[in-house]
Design a protein around this ligand. Structure first.
Ligand code: 7TS
Length: 408
């Protein structure tokens, strides 16, 4: 159950900002961290810190167990077949770039097609744009409906035997849209393509089963799912990863280094050159434990309720445009208040202790499609309440009065 006991486990939320209780509505940018995660990282540094996979001393074994234990937790959480399929990265951006520069460079050539949408975060946009430029492949866009959703009919037309890679976010960070990645995976596979899923916004909020989705690659960021910054992961099907070349060379990832050639460690370590993000992984493991105890289904239900409440309450504000589908499946609501610049809206809200994000949200192509330069965005997580939505609505009404002259 989601109740006030959950919120109390996030110490940062218990403070005033500008004389008001903090209302944190920016979890799509990064989530707050429960004590459980903060304490796991602290305990790791206080008791177990050492480098992994090398020394024979006790701390080295404990650190290695902690690091590899986190991999096991994440593999189970995503229902991967094996820990070999989980590569720790710095986050979603690094994971997606790894696929583009390794799998993409080896498998995409002139005349091939890469299919994405105009809604992608820059992290799932620029790697494919640059890969297409480098290889002479064509970048194709799955058309967006007015509310930002895609249709399978369009997907059947856009994905063809020329398609080598389909890359799409499971959940958009701006529009509150969920894409049918399982069905898209089936269409991609029928055409001989692989599907790369950007899971930055889905993993924290909905139950993900990579085998059920049948995705080939899946990228995630720990910091959006209660873990520290600087840790994330790439899931990849073992057969695909085994055929891929590493992109970072150095310590940790080698088997044998000769003067003129070298061989690589087995999966997943061959993709983890250098000292890994050990404390980050420990924090991610603790975050996964926490999420599983609360239950992803409970979290999702809670956020859908908040999103529905927010949609209804925001509709009371005349002159406020909300983008994205009605009855959204995730707790992200993007809007504009007349012609008032979203940065001004966010500044007025900050004075009330309310944290939202304003800007292009790393989605400039989407902003062009929406025909706006930027938007304001409120995003919810398991620690938010209906009172937070009320505070947002009240502050927006205040902002509207403040900027009345700009609203005509
Ligand atoms: N993909 C999506 C859908 C995202 O929302 C983000 C981050 C990323 C990729 C990149 O993740 P990173 O951890 O590698 O940076 N999104 C946002 C956001 O919406 N506001 O700040 C960061």
């Amino acid at each position: 159950m989601i109740n006030s006991a959950i919120r109390e486990q996030f110490p940062i939320l218990n403070q005033n900002i500008n004389g008001h209780p903090l209302v944190y509505l920016d979890s799509a940018a990064t989530s707050q961290k429960p004590l459980r995660v903060i304490e796991a990282v602290k305990a790791y540094y206080e008791l177990d810190n050492a480098n992994v996979h090398r020394g024979v001393h006790t701390l080295g074994s404990r650190a290695t167990d902690a690091y590899e234990g986190a991999r096991e937790k994440l593999a189970k959480f995503l229902n991967a077949r094996s820990t070999k399929e989980i590569i720790f990265t710095r986050g979603t951006t690094t994971a997606l770039n790894l696929v583009a520069s390794s799998y993409g460079a080896a498998n995409v050539g002139e005349g091939d097609e890469i299919v994405i949408t105009q809604m992608e975060h820059h992290s799932n946009f620029i790697p494919w744009q640059q890969l297409a430029k480098k290889t002479g492949a064509t970048l194709k866009f799955l058309p967006l409906q007015q509310d930002g959703t895609v249709t399978l009919e369009d997907a059947e037309k856009t994905i063809t035997p020329k398609t080598k890679i389909v890359a799409i976010a499971y959940v958009s960070n701006v529009m509150g849209v969920t894409h049918p990645v399982k069905e898209l995976a089936a269409i991609a596979h029928r055409n001989g393509a692989v599907i790369v899923v950007d899971g930055a916004q889905s993993t924290p909020h909905i139950k993900v089963d990579v085998q059920d989705l049948d995705c080939d690659f899946y990228a995630l960021s720990g910091h959006k799912m209660l873990a520290p910054t600087g840790i994330g992961a790439l899931y990849g099907k073992k057969a695909l990863l085994e055929a891929m070349e590493p992109v970072e060379f150095g310590g940790e990832m080698i088997d044998d280094v000769g003067l003129y050639d070298s061989t690589w460690k087995e999966l997943p370590w061959r993709f983890e050159g250098g000292t890994p993000i050990i404390a980050g992984a420990v924090g991610l493991g603790a975050a996964v434990d926490f999420l599983q105890e609360v239950g992803l289904d409970n979290i999702h239900q809670h956020e859908m309720k908040l999103a529905a409440y927010a949609e209804a309450r925001l509709a009371e504000i005349e002159g406020l445009s909300v983008y994205g589908p009605k009855g959204r499946q995730v707790g992200v609501v993007t809007f504009n208040l007349g012609d008032v610049h979203p940065h001004d809206v966010a500044t007025v809200l900050d004075a009330e202790g309310i944290a939202i994000r304003a800007g292009h949200h790393c989605c400039q192509p989407l902003m062009r499609w929406l025909q706006v330069s930027s938007t304001a965005r409120a995003s919810f997580y398991l620690y938010n309440t209906e009172q937070d939505v009320d505070a947002l609505v009240n502050a927006l009404i205040k902002a509207k009065e403040y900027f009345a002259y700009e609203l005509g």
